[in-house]
Design a protein around this ligand. Sequence first.
Ligand code: ADP
Ligand code: MG
Length: 319
Amino acid sequence: MKNSLGILGGGQLGMFICQAAKKYNIKTTVFSDNKNFSAKEFCDNFLIGSFTDQNLLDKFINSSSFFTIETENIPITVLRKIENKKKVFPSSYIVEIAQNRLKEKKFLNSISGVKTAKFKKIENFSNLESHIKLFGRTGILKSCEMGYDGKGQYSISDKNINNFKNNDLKGYILEEVLDFKKEISVIVCCSKKNTILYPPVENIHKNSVLRESIYPARISYKIKNEALLLAKKIATKLKLQGILAIEMFLMKDDTLLINELAPRPHNSGHWSLDFCKYSQFESLIFSIFSEKLVQPEPTDSCKMINVIGKDYEKKKKIV
Ligand code: ADP
Ligand code: MG
């Protein structure tokens, strides 16, 4: 099928990708490793099971002409198997970098003019003890893979460092604790024809979970342009085809540090569903099917509030 799209993962982001695809008569097949998933009622077909089940994976590969992801936490071997026959957007090369904090940080710092928080690879407790001294005896220990919403992250100081003595610390990094002014994010989308950027939004996190995104970010024109330039530079270096969200820290001296990359639509871009002519999900579809992208020119300000868990039940009662 020419106009068909396979999506790995069927959560909220997968659901919105399906809705956007439907608008343009593209048939979707969702591969979910979870029985109950948000995209179930919005996709045309679905497969449920382990991504590494060869039989299911073959069926999935045969289902569609192009493929995309709604989470970077997909085994890279699975993406490569798809790429042996079909195209994945963004490519497995990009996902491999973005799904591992160590690879991601090394990649980002290799680009001239791009910087992140200072970091050290951690493999054991003695690494943690020695490296924490470099960052003023505090740091954030982060698992290199599979983390989201602050999961797999620990604030470390003299007070609690000894609690980690018997932990297996292979596959972690230690980051310096940044005293930033604010967090912003930029979404960049590239098709074969052109590149567009969703302008920076300001992100408010509580306990490492995104709670609000405010458009436009309350930053100067100069910082806005710097953020857009950084996003474009990173996308170019990655030879991006598809969509990529870039989280940034605005420091007290007005420099921008890159926090992390998400090679998929992003929660902080949900405002584009209501305030842009084409949402981040539609732009992703256009990029996959090599259409010309339309630069979003939102004219109004807005705010996205992330309604989570029990709060959602309360909202439903009000509506
Ligand atoms: P996740 O994959 O869970 O989103 P992040 O690395 O983006 O992981 O961390 C989640 C949040 O924790 C960030 O949005 C930020 O608020 C805070 N945070 C992460 N790294 C640092 C740091 N080095 N210094 C201060 N705060 C940080
Ligand atoms: Mg993050």
